[in-house]
Design a protein around this ligand. Structure first.
Ligand code: FAD
Length: 501
């Protein structure tokens, strides 16, 4: 319909889909709050699905209000031919339960007021200004596809990878297909102690029998089957109390078959006393670390550890200074780490150099010190220092009609649930602006009609959601034959071929 409010979303990761979901069904929340306050219906009995068909005569003003808005149309533009962003290309293959959010995203994509346009690189195939001309509002949700560099000599040597590329390689991100990391060394060092670092450590050390039942790519599976990596050190600037991973990921490491922990007991010297003052989640995490590092395990666990062929351990109070090269300078031989001490206490303590250094021999370094968003269009304000789009509750500062959500809005931290909440907030801001008239939706806008025409002129053919479902089917069938949930297609060409035939 030409006259309905039209919103376009850039990026089809969790932020894009949760923003779309909330825009399409946003009235659920309002009805729930309003109706429960007026006591005409309990909030629990309202589901987002039935909102479209429920009518409450008791709250006529609200119904009138909602009927005027029930026609928001949402188009999602995605650079790749496949949707779901880091749920497909980031979340570890041995975490299939996390990927269940795809079911909700699929429901949203199939909603009559939502359309998916894959294979459209915004900023390249179409500009933000063109999108703003075609839509009443544009929501930028294109994530954080860059990575923070270590800024130390030697980081470009062969054998040094960013976690972003390493994860992209085992998860089938087309741009990382050629990575082929060299896993012929015994020791790998991972820089960073967040969940992504632990994902990488776990994938490097997992028994192949576990991995082969996941959707890890076949080339990664084959490389890991041949891997010589037996020892993984997970290095962090600060101490055990400041570690950035969550307990689930730590527990998985502790219980990983055929591995044993290898910690430095002295790193935990001051930790026991600090335990009582820690907030509960941090306390539980620290207790598990202490138990793993210091306690003599029971007989069964001792036996398990003694038989393990691989080890992993945290190395605290260390920062990278230089990646050391082999004499030929062709690849890495090790890493020089500065030894730090902590100033301050608790989670806010910061690392200060002591002036001492330590060299660790290793053949593989994975730098997992963070992702970062990049600007995609010069017309959009961008805070290069924080690597986010400057915004207030998702409203891009000094850019009417422009919104942002997800990692691009907050920076690259938090799990999918955090992204969901901040995307709902953005959708709420957008709807508030429509209601208040701050965002003018009275004039008709052409939406996808004009963008499709532009794209056609530029030789860009979008992939629809049903095209994606063809890719999805082919991948699942390919996986079935080898006992995997899916075998991902690894190139954009293959994806497009399947989508369009
Ligand atoms: P993304 O998921 O990155 O989505 C951005 C989308 O925008 C992508 O599809 C991208 O292709 C698209 N895009 C980029 N540029 C353009 C453009 N120019 N035009 C059009 N589209 C574009 N959270 C959990 O809860 N559990 C986990 O187990 C978990 N594991 C993780 C593992 C890793 C390695 C990482 C990095 C994160 C993990 N997370 C996990 C966090 C979770 O993935 C993020 O919270 C979430 O994906 C952020 O969503 P987003 O939509 O902002 O970004």
């Amino acid at each position: 319909c030409f006259c309905s409010p039209k919103v376009c979303i850039v990026g089809s990761g969790p932020a894009g889909f949760y923003t779309a979901q909330h825009l399409i069904k946003v009235w659920t929340a309002y009805w729930t709050v309003f109706c429960s306050r007026k006591r005409c219906i309990s909030s629990a009995s309202l589901s987002s699905e039935n909102v479209d068909i429920i009518f409450f005569p008791q709250c006529r003003d609200l119904c009138f209000f909602s009927q005027a808005r029930q026609d928001v149309e949402v188009d999602i533009y995605e650079r790749l031919p496949v949707p779901f962003g880091l749920v497909r290309f980031g979340v570890a293959p041995d975490h299939p339960e996390v990927k269940n959010v795809i079911n909700t995203f699929t429901q949203t994509a199939k909603h009559s007021r939502c359309s998916f346009y894959g294979n459209v690189n915004v900023g390249k195939n179409v500009s933000i200004t063109e999108l703003q001309q075609a839509y009443h509002a544009v929501v930028l949700s294109y994530g954080a596809e860059g990575n923070r560099s270590m800024g130390v000599p030697g980081e470009d040597l062969a054998g040094v990878y960013s976690a972003k590329d390493f994860v992209g390689w085992y998860n089938g991100l087309p741009s990382c297909r050629e990575l082929s990391p060299d896993l012929s060394c015994e020791t790998a060092v991972i820089l960073g102690q967040g969940n992504v670092a632990l994902d990488v450590a776990r994938i490097l050390l997992s028994p192949i029998d576990i991995l082969k039942k996941t959707d890890i790519t076949q080339p990664a599976l084959e490389a890991l089957a041949e891997s010589q990596v037996r020892r993984v050190l997970i290095v962090g600037r600060r101490g055990p109390i400041q570690i950035a991973c969550t307990i689930k990921e730590l527990r998985e490491m502790v219980n990983l078959p055929d591995t044993r922990p290898d910690m430095v007991a002295a790193d935990f010297d001051a930790v026991k006393e600090a335990l009582k003052d820690l907030p509960r989640p941090r306390k539980r995490l620290t207790e598990l670390m202490l138990k793993t590092a210091l306690e003599v395990p029971g007989e069964k666990e001792q036996e398990r550890r003694s038989k393990a062929s691989r080890t992993w351990g945290f190395r605290f109070f260390r920062s990278p200074v230089e990646v050391l090269a082999e004499p030929s300078h062709s690849r890495i031989a090790g890493i020089r780490l500065a030894i730090n001490k902590l100033e301050g206490s608790g989670e806010g303590a910061h690392a200060v150099l002591t002036g001492e250094v330590e060299d660790v021999s290793c053949g593989l370094v994975v730098s997992s010190i963070g992702y970062k968003s990049l600007p995609i269009d010069p017309s959009v304000p961008f805070d290069s220092r924080k690597a986010i789009i400057p915004n207030t509750m998702g409203r891009v500062k000094q850019a009417a009609g422009l919104y942002c959500s997800g990692w691009l809005k907050t920076g690259p931290t938090g799990v999918i649930a955090t992204t969901m909440n901040n995307s709902f907030d953005t959708a709420r801001s957008l709807v508030e602006d429509m209601d208040s008239g701050t965002l003018d939706v009275s004039a008709a806008k052409p939406g996808s009609q004009s963008i499709s025409a532009l794209l056609e002129k530029r030789g860009v053919k979008p992939v629809t959601f049903s095209d994606w479902e063809k890719i999805d089917n082919v991948e699942m069938k390919k996986g079935e034959s080898s006992g995997k949930p899916r075998e991902k297609l690894l190139t954009v060409e293959e994806m497009l071929h399947v989508a369009w035939t």
